[in-house]
Design a protein around this ligand. Structure first.
Ligand SMILES: [Zn+2]
Length: 272
């Protein structure tokens, strides 16, 4: 069996409900769960690594406040609650650049705890999975995240940013060429880059997803909702690829689509 977890990053208080609905209704119609990495308290002036305003803020207007908690968008929160197929993950705190790349313990701990509080205040179950903005961790932040979450989903883990106590497990993971590993009770999952992205060739996107899924026990497929709505209009070709992916995943008897919570519940016996 090949397990697949679909992760969509950057949902925040400025995310239009229609975007998520258009993307994921075909998943829910087929009973496939979708994991949303939600920014608890987005900064509406976040500048990305390329120096431009983050594209997940495209709905920002002149009078948008500098910080917005997810709970402030009642329509979006209501929609997420109405659709239990969405599994909410914590995506940082405010998504400012490299917010979890620092070694400032108090600052890191506050961001983690405040982020969880904001999600809980919006009525979401305490998140069990953490996704760091820009995949940037420090030794301190990884340690603090592992104390609070049972799953960390990242692109990769670098030795120089790992707590020293994790080095032996990391060496074993490297030796065994494992994509996913575990430290204490925390699952550390990597993903093979964003395969569902407008920056990939459209003609081969679905094929590369199939190959990836069939080559592993567990694949985390990462995408970003805003990539499908660039330049104020839906990218219908990319939407079609996403929906063809849903069709392929649902129709393949050797594939099971699960949520991060399923993994947290069942542990690695699910995919080992
Ligand atoms: Zn992000």
């Amino acid at each position: 069996m090949h397990y697949v977890i679909l992760r969509d990053d950057d949902t925040n208080a400025l995310t239009p409900v229609e975007c998520l609905e258009q993307l994921y209704r075909p998943f829910f119609d087929r009973g496939l769960p979708v994991n949303l990495a939600v920014i608890p308290n987005v900064r509406s002036n976040t500048i990305s690594t390329d120096g431009a305003l983050e594209k997940f803020l495209f709905a920002k207007r002149a009078d948008t406040p500098p910080e917005l908690s997810i709970g402030g968008n009642a329509g979006l929160v209501g929609y997420l609650h109405e659709n239990p197929g969405f599994n909410v993950l914590q995506h940082g705190y405010d998504h400012s650049l490299f917010e979890f790349g620092s070694d400032r313990l108090t600052n890191i701990a506050n961001r983690l705890d405040q982020g969880t509080k904001v999600l809980s205040a919006a009525g979401f179950r305490e998140p069990q999975t953490f996704v760091a903005p820009y995949d940037r961790f420090s030794r301190v932040s990884l340690n603090e995240v592992a104390k609070r979450f049972s799953v960390i989903s990242a692109g990769w883990f670098e030795l120089r940013r790992l707590p020293f106590a994790w080095w032996p497990q990391y060496a074993i993971k490297k030796m065994r060429k494992q994509s996913h590993w575990k430290v204490g009770q925390t699952h550390l999952l990597t993903h093979p880059g964003c395969l569902l992205s407008y920056q990939r060739p459209y003609a081969t996107m679905l094929e590369s997803i199939r190959k990836q899924v069939e080559s592993q026990c567990l694949t985390v497929l990462v995408t970003h909702w805003w990539e499908y709505f660039r330049d104020d209009k839906p990218d219908t070709a990319m939407l079609e690829i996403l929906h063809a992916t849903a069709e392929w995943l649902a129709g393949n008897p050797n594939v099971r689509v699960i949520s991060f919570d399923d993994l947290a519940r069942c542990g690695d016996n699910l995919w080992r």
